[in-house]
Write a protein that binds this ligand. Structure first.
Ligand code: SF4
Length: 313
């Protein structure tokens, strides 16, 4: 729920009069209501209509026409000036934790979640402590500023808690899978809304990635994708990967879409933009889209036994 009165109060303290609003895909429908309330409060308002999936993709180009950008839904990845963040918070009924307790094998675990639920970590920790389970949630680096917070491109909070068992609370399968790959820990995933519990396995994921790498090994040439988005641009990595094969070339672009890649005509792409593109969206692309570490396997500088999930550091 977006708290517009708190937002108006915060904006008034900045002295800004011209505001841009940037919503992630899941919150875009709130745009007309929030824009209207801010205009009634005396602000000139512009809504960013471009796709946005994270704080890695700030609408900084609008700063030419406004004083501040309000970015909804995510916490800051860096200290880009003139951006105000309004993370989205979703409460969890702690009683749902009762269904996960029988699936835990340890009484000393790591506890992680995504940004929407990090405010619930103290309450979850307290509930589990009352059932004899000690939870550890630590800071995982600058991309995820809240203790216990992971992103699809950053699992530092899971790694740094140094526990053999980790409880992930949240929705979707990608984050817990990433935690399992990044840590090797036993990962128990609780979806607090569907009320389901899963012991995370990476077998199916790794089988599919192995098959994709085998196809990539037959590629005639490789486009190394370098996005120009602020929090996803990994130029050094892209250049290093391009230097690993005489048939690899850096391809710079803003949006990575199946049509754009098809038109460019490379027979395999290596993704240095948001890591989830290669893992989640492979079916949308007609040629292999592999991660930097998978390209290293293709080039022979890494073995599949040393498979690593891609993270942005
Ligand atoms: S790079 Fe991808 S996973 Fe990381 S914050 Fe951006 S959208 Fe999320």
């Amino acid at each position: 729920m977006i708290d517009t009165s708190e937002l108006v109060r915060k904006l008034k303290t900045t002295g800004a009069t011209r505001i841009a609003l940037q919503f992630p895909e899941g919150l875009k429908r709130d745009a007309p209501g929030v824009a209207s309330l801010l205009r009634d409060a005396g602000f000139f308002v512009v809504v960013s209509g471009d796709p946005c999936y994270g704080a890695c993709d700030l609408a900084t180009e609008l700063l030419g026409m406004v004083d501040l950008v309000v970015h909804f839904g995510h916490s800051p990845l860096d200290d880009t000036p003139c951006i105000i963040y309004d993370p989205y918070r979703m409460d969890i009924d702690t009683e749902v934790l009762g269904i996960v307790i029988p699936h835990l094998s340890s009484t000393d675990i790591g506890l992680i979640t995504t940004v929407q639920h990090t405010h619930m970590i103290p309450a979850i920790t307290k509930y589990l402590a009352s059932r004899g389970i000690t939870c550890h949630s630590v800071h995982g680096g600058t991309r995820a500023p809240n203790p216990g917070q992971v992103l699809g491109c950053s699992y530092g909070a899971a790694r740094d808690c140094q526990k053999d068992e980790i409880l992930f609370i949240g929705t979707g399968r990608f984050h817990p899978l990433g935690v399992r790959l990044a840590t090797g820990a036993r990962v128990v995933a609780l979806d607090p809304y569907c009320r389901t519990v899963e012991i995370v396995s990476t077998d199916r994921f790794l089988r599919r990635r192995f098959a994709l790498i085998e196809v990539a090994k037959t590629a005639k040439n490789f486009g190394i994708i370098l996005t120009l988005k602020s929090g996803q641009k990994r130029q050094q990595l892209a250049e290093r990967l391009a230097s690993m094969s005489k048939n690899a070339f850096v391809v710079a672009l803003h949006e990575v879409s199946p049509d754009e890649l098809l038109n460019l005509g490379f027979s395999c792409y290596v993704n240095t933009a948001c890591p989830r593109l290669a893992y989640d969206d492979q079916e949308r692309f007609s040629v292999p889209l592999i991660s930097p570490q998978e390209f290293e396997i293709v080039c022979g500088s890494r073995t599949f036994e040393d498979y690593q999930i891609d993270e942005i550091t």
